[in-house]
Design a protein. Structure first.
Length: 384
């Protein structure tokens, strides 16, 4: 039987951590007097480890067949690493704690995605109904913590986030193992898969999409507070984006019956081009910001669901963990690190508006690469 609620609970707490950590930890770092460049360096460690670590963990999971054990180790050591934030506010100490936490944190999601698709077997269209609980967890965390931070000290971020990590650890012990589907040896060649032009186009475009989101994930909360919006509204803005994401996740089975994965991805990239221009130049208008956040349903929700479905299709059987790790490393890892580090420099050098415009340019480059590298003639294969 599909362990629907156990997988959903893990996604809930995993993305509740993201909802507490990503929007508000940068505010904590600024409160302890770190510069924009230091904040960008620290936050980019999360992406750096997502380049290096997932492929190691994916290789170990493939070799040892112990995906769940690695997920549990990841949860435990992430909590140990996070505990370092309670001990110091020096840049060196924070750097060490972030590196330890990020190395183990990066192991979990590709393995969980692979486990989820293994348990779903031939019902991959139900992925969105499980993943949507991650979005719910994000909303609960970002909204509640945003309201709380208008009344308590900013270091409450540490306590709330640590409690969520405990929840992740508890959930990791409820998830059952599932052997990956057995396929013919001929289908297990990673090098042959990576030689396919549509695979390279997808991975390259995903790299650029994550780079486009770099400034958003590092500086969006700081940006809104500097514009005069209170922290509760910051929480509501993040919540609006994830509500849009939830709606898209719930609609994905219907969308995938009507549109090819390629078409969904191209539309998502086009929305990203528009979104980051609006954030950069229209932040003084609340209606413009609201519309830009609604576009998160396309720039993350539809994009991620379609991309991960394509990866699951093109990296079958025992390549599943490696494929998910590669997708995470190149997109959220390398792309996110490039976008985050570059935004840390441009934020002070050319300003917020042009930094978000640079994100729009990354999305446009990804749109072009995907359109040219994944011919529309391959639509039927992707829809299968």
């Amino acid at each position: 039987m599909l362990p629907y609620w156990r997988l959903s609970a893990y996604y809930f707490f995993y993305f509740a951590f993201v909802g507490a950590f990503s929007p508000y930890f940068t505010l904590y770092l600024r409160a302890v007097s770190l510069s924009a460049t230091e904040i960008a360096l620290l936050m980019s460690l999360m992406q750096l480890m997502r380049i290096l670590a997932p492929n190691l963990w994916g290789w170990l999971a493939e070799r040892l067949g112990m995906r769940v054990a690695i997920v549990r180790l990841s949860a435990l050591m992430s909590l140990v690493g996070f505990a370092g934030f309670f001990l110091t506010t020096s840049f060196g100490g924070l750097f060490a704690a972030m590196a330890l936490m990020a190395f183990f944190w990066s192991a979990a999601l590709p393995l969980i995605e692979g486990l989820t698709f293994s348990h779903l077997a031939g019902e991959g269209h139900r992925y969105g109904s499980i993943r949507v609980w991650g979005s719910v967890g994000f909303i609960v965390a970002v909204l509640a913590l945003g309201l709380v931070l208008d009344h308590v000290a900013i270091d409450a971020v540490l306590w709330v986030t640590a409690a969520i990590l405990v929840g992740i650890l508890a959930c990791s012990f409820t998830i059952p193992e599932s052997a990956p589907a057995q396929v013919e040896r001929a289908a297990l060649s990673l090098s042959e898969t990576l030689r396919r032009p549509e695979v390279r186009a997808l991975l390259g475009a995903c790299f650029l999409m994550s780079a486009a989101h770099g400034a958003l994930y590092v500086f969006y909360s700081i940006y809104l507070v500097d514009k005069g919006y209170d922290k509760a509204l910051v929480g509501w803005m993040w919540t609006l984006g994830v509500v849009a994401e939830i709606i898209v996740f719930m609609l994905m089975p219907r969308l995938m019956r009507c549109l090819s994965l390629r078409a969904i991805l191209l539309l998502s990239f086009a929305c990203a081009v528009v979104r980051f221009v609006l954030i950069g130049w229209g932040a003084d208008s609340l209606p413009v910001l609201l519309f830009a956040q609604v576009l998160h349903g396309a720039t993350f929700g539809a994009y991620h669901a379609a991309a991960i479905a394509a990866v699951n299709l093109w990296f079958p059987g025992r390549l599943q963990s490696r494929g998910q790790a590669l997708y995470g490393s190149l997109s959220f890892g390398a792309g996110g690190m490039l976008g985050g580090l570059l935004s840390g420099y441009t934020w002070e050098a050319i300003g917020a508006a042009w930094t978000f415009t640079l994100g729009s340019a990354f999305a446009l480059a990804g749109l072009v690469w995907l359109a040219l590298g994944w011919p529309s003639s391959m639509r039927a294969e992707a829809n299968s």
